[in-house]
Design a protein around this ligand. Structure first.
Ligand SMILES: [Zn+2]
Length: 201
């Protein structure tokens, strides 16, 4: 919003989530309450030195992070941005667990598309399923779950991609309660009702 105001667009400069700070990129993606909680739960440091902007924070974070964490930072930034858009456009309150679940699901699916296929990946467990592009004009939907044992909550993310592997739709939800991962995944499939609504197959 602050960027729009510098271009003379008549909008409020306040963050739509907390409504108490100017909505800079750094605030929206790093220091706003929901974003900061996401980073804390993901184990990423959000210490901000005076005068730092978002790019400075990215550079500092990437410098001290493992490859794995760098990927998580990128995808979690995107998930937080998506959650903020859901609040602005759909008036949906952002949820920390849904946001992290969506980020981890998307990252997991993306990783399986990047690694060379090996027969060992057919073993049971994570990585046993591999993403492949849907047939021409088709849409492929993947569901994955995250179970937060410490907080007795679980969440799932659903991503849909077209034949070019572009993300065309994604949702994430979270719930309180202890469930087995298989059950959480089944709930994720059930909740993906927009698949039918979009007439995909
Ligand atoms: Zn805020």
């Amino acid at each position: 919003m602050v960027m729009l105001i510098t271009k003379r667009v008549d909008v409020s400069s306040l963050c739509p989530i907390c409504e108490s700070h100017d909505e800079t990129i750094l605030h929206a993606l790093v220091t706003c309450s929901v974003a900061a909680t996401c980073w804390a739960k993901a184990g990423v440091n959000t210490t901000i030195a005076t005068g730092m902007d978002f790019l400075d924070w990215c550079a500092t974070t990437f410098d001290s992070a493992s490859n794995e964490t760098q990927c998580l930072v990128a995808v979690l930034c995107w998930a937080i941005w998506k959650a903020q858009n859901d609040k602005v456009w759909n008036n949906k309150l952002p949820n920390v667990y849904s946001t992290i679940a969506f980020a981890i699901t998307y990252l997991g699916q993306w990783k399986t598309t990047q690694t060379p296929f090996e027969s060992s990946q057919l073993a049971a467990g994570y990585g046993a399923e591999r993403w492949s592009s849907p047939v021409s004009n088709g849409v492929k939907v993947n569901v994955d779950v995250v179970v937060f044992e410490g907080s007795q909550g679980y969440g799932f993310g659903v991503v849909a991609r077209n034949e070019f592997d572009y993300l065309i739709e994604g949702v994430a939800r979270s719930y309180l309660g202890v469930v087995r991962p298989e059950l959480a995944e089944a709930i994720g499939v059930r909740e993906a009702s927009w698949i039918k609504a979009n007439g995909w197959y």
